[in-house]
Design a protein around this ligand. Structure first.
Ligand code: ASP
Length: 346
């Protein structure tokens, strides 16, 4: 009964420490959709369901324990399968988070998001949110209607982490399956398993031990308050395309992207910068046109040390994260030396 009452108050009113005298942290939950907001027609539909159906207030209401850990306000940014995520939504989301974290009454932000492109949104936010306050992204691999749905616990964990002093200054965090990962290194590694998010080379930051966050490491790369990127006045981001390499490839895709006015290339190279000669010479022509070429790898781990001095190394960023950084870099400069510097520090 008490829980039902708390839930009703929670959905209808933003509760703050000022108005209630509560000592609980004040957490904003921004909903963007994904499987965590997805529904299927039966409890055994684990893969056949529609993502991005439930709104954020329904998600909050589905975890009656939440008000024991934080005063919550929910807000819907969008309600989509994250395959439909766009740079324009990244910009809106980052603007809203930057407004929220300026408010002294708000202690942290949780973003619910589909897992397919969560890593890109997380890395983007990691580079443009201007605050040490916790920003925690979560989602789920099973829809809300599934037997053993993972969304409710992931949401509870994310709210607890966003209200914890341990999460301050760590950059944007990704928390699913009780595993706390950093935005820069974390990638989706499995199509169906709940433990899909991993940081293959560098490991996770920590765990949720029951309701206690335990953190063991953090990233040494620049983020949030140490980032130079300011997208507050932008309505779109530069176009950057990823080219995935394979044996026998020719320059068709590269020429097509150039014809469609790409502003930068990220290459998923064969190993440590390896590429067919035809691709190499097509990319050098792109560089001659002023289009920067960043070389990452399709191997999944490791630093990419391209031997071609006119290309830029993605360092240890995978292609999809290198794309995010190149898009941001191009909002500031076209100078390859400057872009290379950014790839060393972020
Ligand atoms: N397709 C879903 C999405 O990315 C998958 C998920 O959320 O797990 O929105």
């Amino acid at each position: 009964m008490v829980i039902v009452l708390l839930t009703c108050v929670l959905i209808s009113l933003p509760i703050s420490a000022d108005s209630t005298g509560s000592t609980l942290p004040n957490i904003y939950i921004l909903g963007t959709g994904g499987t965590i907001a997805g529904t299927g027609s039966s409890e055994t539909d684990l893969t056949d369901y529609t993502a991005g159906v439930l709104d954020i207030d329904s998600l909050i209401a589905s975890v009656p324990e939440l008000p024991l850990y934080a005063n919550l306000t929910g807000e819907q940014i969008c309600d989509i399968d994250s395959s439909q995520m766009t740079p324009e939504i990244w910009l809106n989301l980052s603007r809203r988070i930057n407004e929220l974290v300026q408010d002294p009454a708000i202690d942290g932000v949780v973003v619910t998001h589909g897992t397919d492109t969560m890593e890109e949104t997380a890395y983007f936010l990691n580079l443009v949110v201007k605050s040490e306050k916790p920003v925690v992204m979560t989602g789920s691999m099973r829809p809300s209607t599934a037997l053993s749905a993972d969304g409710p616990l992931n949401l509870l964990d994310a709210v607890i982490l966003a209200g914890s002093p341990e999460a301050l200054g760590k950059g944007v965090l990704i928390l699913l399956n009780s595993q706390i990962n950093g935005a820069r290194e974390t990638t989706k590694t499995n199509t169906e398993m709940v433990g899909t998010f991993r940081s293959p080379d560098f490991g996770l930051f920590g765990y949720m031990d029951g309701t206690t966050p335990r953190l063991y490491r953090q990233s040494l790369k620049n983020h949030t308050t140490a980032s130079e990127f300011d997208v507050s006045g932008l309505s779109h981001l530069p176009r950057v395309d990823i080219v995935y390499l394979y044996p026998g490839m020719d320059q068709t895709a590269i020429d097509a992207f150039i014809a469609h006015k790409t502003e930068g290339f990220v290459i998923a190279s064969l190993g440590n910068g390896g590429m067919p000669d035809s691709v190499h010479s097509a990319l050098l022509k792109a560089v001659d046109k002023g289009i920067p070429v960043v070389v990452s790898s399709r191997t999944g781990t490791g630093v990419c040390t391209t031997e071609e001095s006119r290309f830029i190394s993605a360092d240890s960023l995978n292609p999809q994260k290198a794309r995010v950084l190149l898009m941001l870099a191009l909002t500031q400069t076209q100078d390859p030396e400057e872009i290379a510097r950014m790839f060393r520090i972020y």
